[in-house]
Design a protein. Structure first.
Length: 64
């Protein structure tokens, strides 16, 4: 279907179920429980997962 454009999808998640390294450790497979109770999985290249970890603040600089 070359004429179709990819559709962006966003899913609200409420809980992390597990994370596994697959493909010899090059890929991260993460499973979550979505806001509606369904299980959702994502497969992310390990380098992209590392970028996400580096860019998401850990909250240690948050003032209360």
């Amino acid at each position: 279907m070359p004429d179709e454009k990819p559709v962006a999808t966003a899913v609200a998640v409420r809980e992390l179920i597990d994370i596994k390294f697959i493909d010899g450790g090059d890929t991260v497979a993460a499973r979550f429980i979505a806001a509606d109770g369904q299980t959702v999985g994502v497969v992310i290249p390990r380098r992209v997962f590392a970028e996400l970890q580096a860019k998401v603040p850990d909250g240690s600089d948050h003032k209360r």
